[in-house]
Ligand binder design. Sequence first.
Ligand SMILES: Cc1cc2nc3c(=O)[nH]c(=O)nc-3n(C[C@H](O)[C@H](O)[C@H](O)COP(=O)(O)OP(=O)(O)OC[C@H]3O[C@@H](n4cnc5c(N)ncnc54)[C@H](O)[C@@H]3O)c2cc1C
Length: 485
Amino acid sequence: MPKNSTTLVSSDNGELISELRTIVGESSVIEDPAVMQAYCVDWTRRFGGPAVCVVRPGSTQEVAAVMRACAAVGVPVLPQGGNTGLVGGSVPAAGRSADGKPDDGESGERGEPGEPGAPPVIVSTRRLAWIDPVDELSAQVSVGAGTTLGDVQRHARAAGLEYGVDLASRDSATIGGTVATNAGGIRVLAYGMTRLQVTGIEAVLPDGSVISHMSGLAKDNTGFDLAQLLCGSEGALAIITAVRLRLHRPHGRTSVALIGCADYDDALTIIGTAASGRLVAAEVIDATGMRLVQDVSGLPYPLEQQHSLFALIEVADGGSGDGFVADVLEARDVVVAMDASGIERLWQYRERQAEGFDAWGIVHKLDVSVPLETLAACARELQTVIAEFPKVKEFGIFGHLADGNIHVEILGPPAEESDVDTAVLECISRYGGSISAEHGIGRMKVDHLDLSRSAEEIAAMRAIKKAWDPQGLMNPGVLLPVSGE
Ligand SMILES: Cc1cc2nc3c(=O)[nH]c(=O)nc-3n(C[C@H](O)[C@H](O)[C@H](O)COP(=O)(O)OP(=O)(O)OC[C@H]3O[C@@H](n4cnc5c(N)ncnc54)[C@H](O)[C@@H]3O)c2cc1C
């Protein structure tokens, strides 16, 4: 991780930079280290490194010309949206000194263009922010990749529809970034992951050619589904420039309940009972997260008794939702909200979890999933595994309970140490889980991909990467290790 902003610029690419200026205009190429800081260091502050410059193209044609210019001189390209990714995939790798060790930020030695570790050109998609009118007949909309998730949600709502993906980072995360990471979030239970919302895509390939298939046809069996291949590709295959999205009829009124639970088995029992109702969301928070959210937000403790775990569920009214609240929750320590402001207040206990942990320093964030039947046992073992690391000061678990997706947040170990991360991922693998539920592999988990995918699957992914990106220029070191790319 860079120590200061002067380590963020790589300056041996004068000709390339002047060509990029010609393509996108003087003001859309950023070389000022102070301004580049926001693009070169990620949201977790654990990952970051030097870049040649930041380019902000304003159209698909400009993205294609930028790609061609970089490919001609063998300079890698790193697509970036809102830079809210949590696995180091949205920022350059830390510099390497001549002996191959991570650069301390002072030696000044970097990989040369074309070599593994060479600084990339960061292509920011934020200027590709446009939204077409909603097509109400098909309930679809076409948007530029740089449009924020929040803007798409508001645009859909204005047309009486709903976009099916929602994350706490909604006002910074872009549609291109959410597609590239196949983002999940708090509505997966109701609508599925981002890939289920994508009906068409436009993208620029590493040689500058543009693929565009934006018709959004409900039936279209004409070969490989390239849009789906790009979902979860983490910038390692192409730059997504536009997306056609499926929208949904809204659920109407909902109720939210925050319920004290004895343990994960107890919380899962509630979810199992609620499955017969119209469950829209089912989240979990532990006592550590509850305390840290109260510290950072000033929110009061919401229940009467103390609990080690809390389930937050949202149920659509009109079905058996009202009955669920009355029948299942009657004997429990629970608070229920039925109006918009009460619902928003209860969601804050869940949505501000990351903020609560981040307030105390660098957080090791592990986003994992396990089969629901092993979740309780796995969570118990994780607590034992993590507690064995003497540098761990505090840790907690929150997440998307019904998806078997938990976020393990660990405070204490220095940013560059990853022993505890590895121990968590190995534990998840023993329980038949995935080392990345929704954040992606990025740089953080690239050396552990084999915990979740077989050698044959990784070889197939490498073959796809080689076919799309023969020069290995697209976000090297993210998703697949550089060696063999
Ligand atoms: C407070 C907070 C809460 C979050 N909650 C959730 C959650 O509930 N669920 C969840 O899934 N994630 C969550 N995230 C993680 C993050 O918001 C998502 O991963 C999001 O999809 C990233 O979008 P972005 O535009 O910021 O992408 P970036 O961070 O800029 O990039 C992420 C990856 O996508 C690639 N990429 C970006 N744009 C493009 C493009 N146009 N073409 C090709 N590749 C591209 C990048 O190269 C990188 O590998 C959260 C993050 C924060 C900070």
